[in-house]
Design a binder for this molecule. Structure first.
Ligand SMILES: Nc1nc2c(c(=O)[nH]1)N(C=O)[C@@H](CNc1ccc(C(=O)N[C@@H](CCC(=O)O)C(=O)O)cc1)CN2
Ligand SMILES: Nc1ncnc2c1ncn2[C@@H]1O[C@H](COP(=O)(O)OP(=O)(O)OP(=O)(O)O)[C@@H](O)[C@H]1O
Length: 213
């Protein structure tokens, strides 16, 4: 039996429930604060952030460490004032790179990834997030871009609280190269990482690379 348990799987019984509850409550409050701060950006400010992030990503995704070859890179379709990286998705597709997007196909389960091209007819998925249709090929990405609601100097990420990226990364072997993408102002002293939280390899903001494993 024991041999069948993934040694990297965290033991929920080893987590102090009171502490976990406090962290969850704190994260909910921080998500709300960070969401409001992001919403308050003007359109020109938001565009400048997007442009800087795309320049940073072009540099990172062209670098040797990630491999400039045939890797599949998962982006995200922007919701809730997230920086818009779609121009880079289009440019990379035109340059012959394979682009994927994440989908919640089953609640509280790992994300699924499907290929995207500029011709893909997006449809509404869980949480109203635009996603590729079921006939888009399912793939496993080599590089995953994860939008950041918040981040810390140890490379940990705060998302929307569904635990989707953590669940997904825990299930993938080998683990994809993880790039957290978000606002410099969304930095937190710590997100109080819990056993289920999987750190990013790189955190990229409009200032450039903030954290690199
Ligand atoms: N643009 C974009 N696409 C993305 C993500 C993202 O962060 N940004 N995701 C990144 O993961 C995934 C979707 N993430 C989701 C995260 C939470 C919930 C959700 O239902 N949240 C509940 C609270 C959940 C809970 O506390 O257990 C809610 O707000 O009601 C849905 C989707 C995949 N696609
Ligand atoms: N590997 C996992 N297995 C089972 N449950 C998990 C796993 N990872 C996270 N969770 C659950 O998801 C919940 C939310 O996690 P967390 O606060 O880290 O979300 P998040 O990273 O902000 O969300 P998202 O990635 O969806 O944007 C956790 O309380 C935990 O119960």
């Amino acid at each position: 039996m024991a041999a069948e348990v993934d040694p990297e799987y965290f033991d929920p019984l080893a987590v102090d429930p009171e502490e976990a509850r406090d962290v969850a409550r704190w994260r909910t409050a921080e998500r709300k604060r960070l969401r409001e701060a992001r919403r308050a950006l003007s359109a020109p400010e938001r565009n400048a952030v997007g442009d800087a992030l795309m320049a940073g990503l072009e540099r990172l995704l062209g670098a040797e460490a990630v491999g400039a070859g045939d890797e599949i890179v998962s982006f995200y379709w922007p919701i809730k004032d997230e920086p818009d990286l779609r121009p880079l998705m289009t440019a990379m597709h035109a340059a012959g790179r394979r682009i994927a997007l994440p989908l919640v196909e089953t609640r509280a389960a790992p994300l699924v990834f499907r290929l995207w091209t500029p011709q893909t007819r997006m449809q509404r998925g869980h949480w109203n997030i635009p996603v590729p249709p079921p006939d888009a090929p399912e793939v496993v990405p080599d590089v995953v871009l994860a939008p950041l609601m918040g981040w810390d100097g140890a490379g940990y990420r705060l998302g929307y609280g569904g635990g989707y990226f953590d669940r997904t990364l825990a299930a993938l072997s080998p683990r994809p190269f993880r790039i957290g993408v978000g606002l410099a102002s969304a930095q937190l002293p710590t997100i109080y990482p819990q056993p289920h939280d999987i750190p990013m390899d790189v955190i990229l903001t409009e200032r450039g690379t903030e954290v690199s494993a």
